[in-house]
Design a protein around this ligand. Structure first.
Ligand code: NAI
Length: 274
């Protein structure tokens, strides 16, 4: 393998649910690159048990934490520093969930209790994670904090529902908190805006199969896979990207800058000649 980009670095990885999860791939690659880390997920997700396999593979420990619960987060960060033997160099927030999406509630008929819960889990939790690390002074200088997002924050994808609003909020938190982290600790904060990816969270979106194929046909380089996303996250945790902060970074094979592609146009041209 090439150079180990994360040798000597310590971190926390949120959101590895099963082997399709983007966070799962990040954990595998972080391990290959020499990092030591704690895996964490909501207690209810841990009951599935898959994460233990990943912990074994990567020689890491699992500490449960509901990312909306400040006590859980405080315990997580304190224990992580203790078990890993020092302050942290990276944190990955790979968390998302909308009850309205899950229950098929239309955007024009949202259940606001569900909306508030989904917003807390998918967006505010990023602030909670950072505020916890901030108050405990858990991050080393030149550390890197990342969250994952989707382009529905900028452009409308009707079936993405209230997750679009959650992602906008999440990206804004990255900029707002990124400022303070930069000034106080030289820590960078960014979001990666990833192609549609076949995971539990992704596949929950209505019409996902059509959606993922469309994105693939629109992207000059094709959709980015979960493994490729993990590679980008590793580069953002490495010392090669120290001055990148407060950015929303597209990792989508070019999708976000394409108006229309030949492959998509071809579908319409065919229809026209029928
Ligand atoms: P996933 O379903 O494998 O991961 C979502 C994770 O969020 C799960 O591990 C789940 O247990 C965790 N989670 C939910 N509630 C939680 C809570 N209260 N506390 C702590 N953890 C909680 O799916 P995926 O796709 O790997 O999602 C990771 C991130 O990537 C999410 O932010 C998602 O929105 C984002 N993303 C996904 C895309 C896709 O098409 N799959 C595209 C762009 C971004």
């Amino acid at each position: 393998m090439s150079a180990k980009l994360l040798e000597g670095k310590r971190g926390i990885i949120f959101g590895a649910l099963d082997e399709n999860s983007i966070a799962w791939k990040v954990a595998q690659q972080a391990n290959e690159h020499g990092a030591k880390f704690i895996l964490t997920n909501a207690p209810v997700a841990l009951r599935m048990g898959a994460i233990n396999k990943l912990a074994e593979q990567t020689g890491s420990e699992v500490i449960p934490a509901d990312a909306t619960n400040m006590e859980d987060l405080e315990n997580l960060f304190k224990q992580a520093e203790e078990k890993l033997g020092g302050k942290l160099d990276f944190v990955l927030h790979s968390i998302g969930m909308s009850i309205n999406v899950r229950k098929g509630q239309h955007y024009t008929d949202l259940n606001y209790d569900w909306m508030a819960k989904g917003w807390d889990i998918s967006a505010v939790s990023f602030h909670k994670v950072m505020q916890t690390a901030w108050k405990l002074d858990s991050m080393n200088e030149w550390g890197s904090i990342m969250a994952l997002t989707y382009m529905a924050a900028q452009r409308t994808f009707p079936d993405y529902n209230d997750m679009a609003d959650n992602k906008s909020y999440l990206e804004s938190i990255a900029r707002s908190f990124g400022y303070h982290w930069g000034v106080r600790n030289k820590v960078r904060v960014n979001t990666i805006s990833q192609s549609p990816t076949a995971t539990t969270a992704g596949s929950g979106v209505k019409g996902f199969d059509g959606f993922i194929n469309y994105a693939d046909k629109m992207s000059p380089l094709g959709n980015a896979t979960a493994d490729e996303c993990a590679g980008y996250v590793i580069s953002m945790f490495s010392d090669l990207t120290r001055k990148v902060t407060m950015q929303n970074l597209y990792h989508d094979g070019g999708f976000s800058n394409v108006g229309v592609s030949d492959a998509v146009m071809a579908q319409f041209m065919n229809n026209e000649s029928e």
